[in-house]
Design a protein around this ligand. Structure first.
Ligand SMILES: [Zn+2]
Ligand SMILES: [Zn+2]
Ligand SMILES: [Zn+2]
Length: 302
């Protein structure tokens, strides 16, 4: 990992990743038929699994699994980059799982984050890349867990804002954000979803427990599953299946101040352009209230 001394920005130089295969063409559609390493029956094409949901008695790296965790074959950081394949079926997205299966997968997210933090990582960032424009290289839906030896800058920025808010007003900035969502609220209940007033992406959606909680390792995933499923279905409909990224922000291993874990869903309707990159100021042409209305309309029943 390198840091540019002029602007302090971090970069991981990982030339090995250039060799990773892709089954998505430039338009995000499936390319030439190649055996998918994440489909049931092709377990030998991945590095040996480090965790899985499978019937008791079934051997590691054999079929019959429900979800599988393998080290990334082309890691950003060796030993700290895992792939979570949440279904043996090609094309099953997170929101296509039933709530029971999704709950079990979210439990697996918790377990892997806990394992990485216990293993010495400073922080763990779980992400989804959906569609080639959102960075996906393989079509079979999966999550990636990036454990890092440092707290990533965005998480550091958030931790700073939590501290600043607590010192100035007392309480939690994210709890306050949820409370003031108003017509930007999309899902109410024990787990809530809303469009941030200062969205960085058109149709950006945040999901968090209504009750203050810093650490995803202690999350009530049975409550999260239906909210996450509905949020992703609504996003898929409202954006007409646009590429998207999702990331989970949870407390770092060594949390000193306040924090509140959350998931950010970022539809990638438009690419990042020069001003975004050159000034780090987002330009969003969709009104957040408008985006929230479209998401509410697309929301499936409980
Ligand atoms: Zn597959
Ligand atoms: Zn809070
Ligand atoms: Zn965040």
């Amino acid at each position: 990992m390198r840091r540019n001394p002029v602007n302090g920005k971090l970069t991981i130089i990982a030339p090995g990743r250039a060799a990773r295969p892709t089954d998505l063409d430039a338009h995000g559609a499936g390319g030439a038929p190649a055996p998918c390493p994440f489909c049931a029956g092709n377990e030998s094409q991945t590095p040996p699994e480090v965790d899985a949901l499978r019937p008791s008695g079934s051997a590691p790296d054999s079929p019959r699994w429900r979800a599988r965790v393998v080290p990334n074959k082309y890691p950003a950081l060796p030993g700290m980059h895992e792939v979570i394949v949440h279904s043996p079926e090609h094309g099953v997205e997170l929101e296509d799982l039933g709530d029971e299966a999704l709950t079990e997968v979210l439990e697996l997210w918790k377990r892997r984050i806990a394992a990485q933090l216990a293993g010495g990582a400073a922080a763990a960032t779980l992400i989804v890349n959906r569609g080639r424009q959102a960075g996906a290289s393989l079509e079979h839906p999966h999550e990636q867990l990036f454990a890092t030896p440092v707290v990533p800058p965005l998480l550091l920025d958030e931790l700073l804002e939590f501290d600043r808010f607590a010192n100035r007003y007392g309480g939690c900035v994210l709890c306050a954000e949820m409370e003031s969502a108003g017509e930007r609220a999309v899902i109410e209940g024990p787990v809530r979803a809303w469009v941030p007033a200062a969205s960085r992406f058109p149709g950006e959606l945040w999901i968090a427990p209504g009750e203050h909680a810093a650490d995803f390792r202690e999350a009530d995933v049975a409550q999260l599953a239906p909210a996450l499923r509905r949020a992703l279905v609504a996003t898929r409909i409202a954006t007409a299946g646009a590429p998207l990224n999702l990331w989970l922000h949870t407390a770092p291993a060594d949390l000193r101040g306040a924090y509140h874990w959350h998931i950010e869903v970022a539809p990638r309707v438009s690419g990042l352009a020069g001003f975004e990159l050159g000034a780090e100021i987002a330009l969003v042409s969709l009104d957040p209230e408008e985006a929230a209305r479209a998401l509410r309309e697309a929301l499936p029943d409980g």
